[in-house]
Structures are given as structure tokens and as C-alpha cells.
Design a protein around this ligand. Structure first.
Ligand SMILES: [Zn+2]
Length: 179
């Protein structure tokens, strides 16, 4: 397909394809913005360059096309009758990659929300957005709590160290007959 393009043209085309947001992605972005959420988009520093990144809530979102990402039990996902083996292999490969990305993000402490394209169709969009907003807020609360817990654990640890040091210093003085 790209045979007639030079390497740099090819690169440009691929780059524009990658950075172009899909309509469902834009719908979700706008809805989140209107609900007061601020985010980064296509953050390449994170595994899978998530579509939407909310650092404050330690949450990333992917808007998945039902066909390309193999949305189970969805009418938008049916394997084409022509060349079915090719398509099932391709889509199961995509799903495996999605899971790997998900695992990597979670291991870095990110909560992952998948929004399917079909969940953003007009009739159910409002409900989907409301659920997504709730989930983001919950993730934020959990993240904040974990942060506080880590902070407390660090303080406890520092305290223990200090007590040990003081005891050691006291014992040393005692052994030298200074106390
Ligand atoms: Zn779907």
C-alpha cells in the first residue's frame, strides 16, 4: 500500500495516523473536560501511550474500537467472512498486546479504564460518562489514601531508626562511663 511513498512520506503518514484522535475519543475527552477533569493525551512516556492520562487520579483511559480490540459480545465485533483466520489472529494479537500494556501500567500503580466505542453511542453516552467519572474519582481517593499510608509508614520507619540510634548512643556513653 505504501510502496509508492518515500520513507519520509511513509513516516509522516504513519505519524499522522497515530496522533489523530478518533471521534469516540474526542467525545470522551470533551465530556471529561466539561466535568472538570484535566488530562494529558497520548502520553508516550507511559506503556501503550494511553489516550487520556489523569495524573491527579493516577488513572489512564483507553478508548477502544470494538472491532480492532475484539469487544466480547458486541455487535460491532464480528470476524469478517473473508479471510477469517487472518482477522482472528490479528485481533487476538491486539487483545494480547492490550493485556500486556494493562499489566505494565498497573504494575506502575496506574488504574486503567477501558471505554469501548459502542459505550459512547448517543443513547448510552451519558450513563457511560457518569460511570467513568465515578470510577476516576474513586481511583483518585484510593491513590490519595495509599499516598497517605505510604507517608505514615515512612514516618513510623524514620521514628524507629531514630529511637534505635538514640539507644545506641546512650549505650555507648554508658559503656564509657559517661552516664
Ligand atoms: Zn462494543
Amino acid at each position: 500500500m505504501f510502496d509508492t511513498f518515500t520513507a519520509s512520506q511513509r513516516h509522516e503518514i504513519m505519524a499522522s495516523v497515530r496522533s489523530e484522535a478518533t471521534a469516540p475519543e474526542l467525545i470522551l475527552r470533551h465530556a471529561l473536560w466539561h466535568n472538570g477533569f484535566r488530562y494529558r493525551i497520548n502520553d508516550k512516556r507511559l506503556p501503550g501511550s494511553p489516550d487520556i492520562v489523569l495524573p491527579k487520579y493516577r488513572t489512564v483511559l483507553f478508548v477502544h474500537g470494538c472491532f480492532w480490540h475484539g469487544h466480547a459480545n458486541c455487535s460491532r465485533f464480528t470476524i469478517p467472512k473473508t479471510n477469517p483466520e487472518y482477522w482472528s489472529a490479528k485481533i487476538s494479537h491486539n487483545k494480547q498486546r492490550d493485556q500486556e500494556v494493562w499489566r505494565q501500567l498497573e504494575s506502575k500503580g496506574w488504574a486503567v479504564i477501558i471505554v469501548w466505542e459502542c459505550q459512547l453511542k448517543k443513547t448510552i453516552r451519558k450513563e457511560t460518562v457518569a460511570n467513568v467519572c465515578d470510577e476516576i474519582i474513586n481511583n483518585g481517593v484510593l491513590y490519595y489514601k495509599e499516598k497517605e499510608e505510604r507517608k505514615r509508614a515512612r514516618e513510623v520507619y524514620r521514628n524507629e531508626i531514630r529511637v534505635k540510634q538514640e539507644r545506641r548512643a546512650f549505650l555507648l556513653k554508658m559503656s564509657k562511663g559517661l552516664v
